[in-house]
Unconditional design. Structure first.
Length: 509
């Protein structure tokens, strides 16, 4: 059974990474063709409404995570009636959420102009209200059409099937959109594809799940205790759900409101690259979360802290490479991709590199944090962080413009979330003081700072263009490799992390 679970995990990891890369590359192609065929202003409208509708997804409140977590045990113990009860409850919850999204979305409809900066315009040949309604239907329709059934694939460790379905959907959706843009150059046809593909995808997924898991078809009952347990978990997850959505969506809304759709479209080009790289890194951490969870319950606190330090030291190297690549490659890549007219100031890549560094070095802590289930221990943290981030966003964008939006996110993560999480986590899980984590962070700042400074200096002497990008990438990887080897060779934590990594490669762990 353990071997089967291990094989299934490896399959899930492999399929998820390949799927993530494919799903990440497709939007680049679509965005490029959109800019070249109908203009960057349409991209700004697209990004704004996507962020507004993403905010409406707050009504989900973490129900999916809570219900999937509750399904693991009954699925493993073949309690089919309980699984059916959970699915029926999930179905009811999702329909309520769908109604809420439609209701709130319609309330916002008359006020769409509020989200767009005064004095700025959007393409004159589109009706933003119809565009918004189409995107609203696309956002809500999944909650009515069998979306809840995906929980079965997650609970039975068949994430690979889910990833393949999502990848095929993305290929079909982006493929049709590209054809429409090239043949018709028509934005309405471009967006109407989204709800059509969503409906077809949900129906196909439901048929496949029903065929593969016939034992979970039909109605079932859920006990009051199970309902209470789900609601308790949801209560603990609400704040973190809020924080995640605000950090990803409010920035775009604030940029559109105060700086306009064109600035938002240009910034979205930069942030798309940022999100793509971070999504791939997140996939790796998601894959090891179950290993971390098992270690927390089966090993001593000392061994767990040792594992944490090893993962963190490897993360330093990943962060170093990504930060240096952002610093030296952002501007030439944007120039080649969408043209020099869509460049932002050099301060934007630098701030995004810093933002990425903070998010990346936080990832090991957050992975252990999630595995330990400490959501209740820092219940107030996400609310404080969201309020500070929102207030700073609105204030600083009016003072220093676009950099203020990124700085506010950096401040909320670095000054509020990371220190708060580290104090709570080390108090509950390790027999060490949080300042030891601070020492690890300082080490990462030192090595990444050195790599950043050298890369930034050398980058000033390197050309743009495709050949320049290749040359810059080679230089970055060389600099990072040398500094990483120094860290691994001359620091105790680095040597230990490299030793564990070697064991993993030899399949001894």
């Amino acid at each position: 059974m353990g071997i089967n679970r291990t094989k299934r995990s490896l399959i899930n990891i492999s399929v998820s990474i390949v799927s993530k890369i494919l799903v990440t590359l497709l939007p680049f192609t679509t965005r490029t063709i959109m800019i070249q065929t109908i203009g960057i202003e349409y991209l700004g409208v697209d990004s704004l409404f996507a962020s507004v509708l993403n905010m409406l997804s707050l009504s989900e409140l973490g129900f999916s995570s809570a219900i999937v977590y509750t399904m693991y045990k009954p699925v493993a113990e073949k309690e089919d009636e309980k699984v059916k009860g959970l699915l029926c409850f999930y179905k009811t919850v999702y329909r309520v959420i769908g109604v809420i999204i439609l209701g709130v979305g319609l309330i916002l409809l008359p006020n769409l102009q509020w989200f767009i900066a005064e004095g700025t315009t959007y393409p004159s040949d589109i009706n933003i209200y119809i565009v918004y309604l189409i995107l609203l239907v696309n956002a809500a329709i999944s909650y009515f059409l069998f979306s809840y059934k995906s929980a079965v694939l997650v609970a039975t460790m068949r994430n690979d099937i889910d990833s393949i379905i999502d990848t095929v959907r993305s290929i079909i959706s982006h493929g049709l959109q590209i054809v429409v843009l090239l043949l018709f150059r028509e934005y309405f046809l471009y967006i109407i594809i989204l709800p059509i593909v969503t409906v077809a995808n949900n129906i196909f997924r439901a048929i496949l799940i029903d065929k593969k898991y016939p034992q979970y078809r039909g109605k079932g009952k859920l006990s009051k205790e199970d309902r209470k347990g789900i609601l308790t978990r949801v209560g603990a997850l609400i704040g973190n759900k809020l924080g995640g959505v605000v950090f990803t969506s409010v920035d775009s809304i604030v940029i559109s409101k105060y700086l306009g759709l064109v600035v938002l479209a240009k910034y979205t080009n930069y942030f798309t690259i940022f999100s793509a790289v971070f999504a791939i890194e997140t996939t790796v951490y998601s894959a090891i979360q179950s290993v971390v969870g098992n270690s927390l319950v089966s090993n001593s606190k000392e061994n767990n802290f040792s594992l944490f330090k090893d993962i963190f030291n490897i993360t330093i190297i990943i962060s170093m490479v990504c930060v240096c690549c952002f610093t030296i490659l952002y501007q030439p890549f944007i120039t080649v991709w969408v043209g020099s007219g869509n460049l932002l100031g050099i301060e934007i890549p630098i701030l995004l590199a810093l933002y990425y560094f903070i998010k990346s070095t936080r990832k090991p802590l957050f992975t252990f944090y999630e595995a330990a289930g400490l959501w209740r221990a820092d219940f107030l943290k996400p609310y404080v962080s969201v309020i500070v981030n929102l207030v700073m966003n609105v204030a600083m964008v009016q003072i220093i413009g676009l950099p203020g939006v990124i700085i506010s996110s950096i401040f909320a993560l670095a000054v509020i979330e990371m220190p708060w999480e580290s104090i709570v986590f080390f108090k509950h899980c390790f027999n060490v003081k949080a300042f030891e984590y601070g020492a690890l962070v300082l080490k990462s700042v030192l090595f990444c700072g050195i790599a950043f400074a050298i890369t930034f200096f050398v980058g000033n002497f390197l050309p743009y263009g495709i050949l320049g990008i290749v040359l810059r990438l080679m230089v970055t990887l060389t600099i990072c490799a040398v500094i990483s080897l120094i860290m691994l060779k001359f620091t105790r934590g680095g040597r230990q992390a490299w030793g564990r990594f070697g064991l993993i490669l030899k399949r001894k762990i």
